[in-house]
Design a protein around this ligand. Structure first.
Ligand code: SAM
Length: 252
């Protein structure tokens, strides 16, 4: 069993202050009992072994046994910038990107986005919390407020490391990763690596040019045109795998 508890509710690494909805989740969903062991994650990279000291219909107390060092987070600081998708597709991308170890998700408004504004950031952040709890991550990815594609590039100057995935061209991902890991502006493994994926209607050639001027590499995922949600999930997995293998000493 595992639950996410915000750092401010972990008291002196001894006990956990449980919110009412977390207590309800323990009692009615997980059907926990007094004495049950439970892992607590703070969403910022810390994890604790704990146990249920008291539990009743409306109340639960969790005491911490020890801090643990789960080596579960990705070695690559991945930021997914996703052209806002309609309906559940965005939920799916956010859930899978969390499972795949992405550290932040930036909903991006592009020229061909059908959805130009959204009030779903809170809902998406909840999805990352649930997905992080489910897969055992200790970090909960941040879902940023939506930003126009042009402003995203403006905010990061011309020093962005990463990839813009374009269905109309680009070099192979393997080649692109080779360029990114040797680029002088890649200071260390904590440098943000951007994955930029378009909405259902794709990117315009101008948007891709802007991205390249910001330092991103135009990259193809092959000749087939993938759905945006497929491209986001596949690119997060492949970039992670290729960069981690390139960074690890024996290249495995
Ligand atoms: N404009 C496309 C068309 O003609 O149908 C649709 C765009 S595609 C559904 C959505 C996004 O997924 C693209 O903007 C791109 O970021 C990514 N994508 C899809 N297939 C890709 C591929 N083969 N290579 C690179 N990116 C791809």
């Amino acid at each position: 069993m595992r639950i996410f508890v915000p750092p401010e509710d972990i008291v002196k690494k001894e006990r956990v202050r449980l919110s009412a909805d977390k207590a309800k989740y323990l009692i009615s969903v997980l059907r926990s009992k007094k004495g049950d062991k439970i892992d607590v994650i703070d969403g910022r990279g810390k994890a604790y072994n704990a146990y249920i000291a008291e539990i009743s219909k409306k109340h639960a107390v969790i005491n911490i046994l020890q801090e643990t060092h789960a080596d579960i987070e990705s070695a690559i600081n991945l930021i997914l910038c996703q052209g806002i998708l309609k309906g559940e597709k965005m939920d799916l991308v956010i859930q899978k990107a969390t499972e795949l170890g992405v550290n932040a998700i930036v909903p991006v408004i592009t020229e061909r986005c059908v959805v130009k504004e959204t009030r779903k950031v809170k809902r998406w952040q909840k999805i990352t919390e649930e997905a992080a709890e489910q897969c055992g991550r200790t970090v909960i990815p941040k879902v940023h407020e939506p930003v126009e594609l042009g402003s995203l590039f403006m905010n990061h100057g011309s020093q962005m490391n990463g990839f813009i995935f374009w269905e109309e061209g680009g070099i192979s991902l393997k080649e692109a990763v080779g360029k990114v890991i040797t680029s002088p502006s890649l200071h260390n493994s904590n440098t943000p690596i951007f994955i930029v994926v378009g909405p259902e209607g794709g990117f315009t050639a101008e948007e891709v040019k802007l991205a390249e001027r910001s330092g991103l590499i135009m990259t193809t995922l092959g000749r087939r045109i993938l759905r945006a949600e497929t491209a986001a999930i596949v690119s997060a997995a492949l970039v992670q795998f290729l960069m981690e293998s390139a960074f690890s000493p024996d290249g495995q």
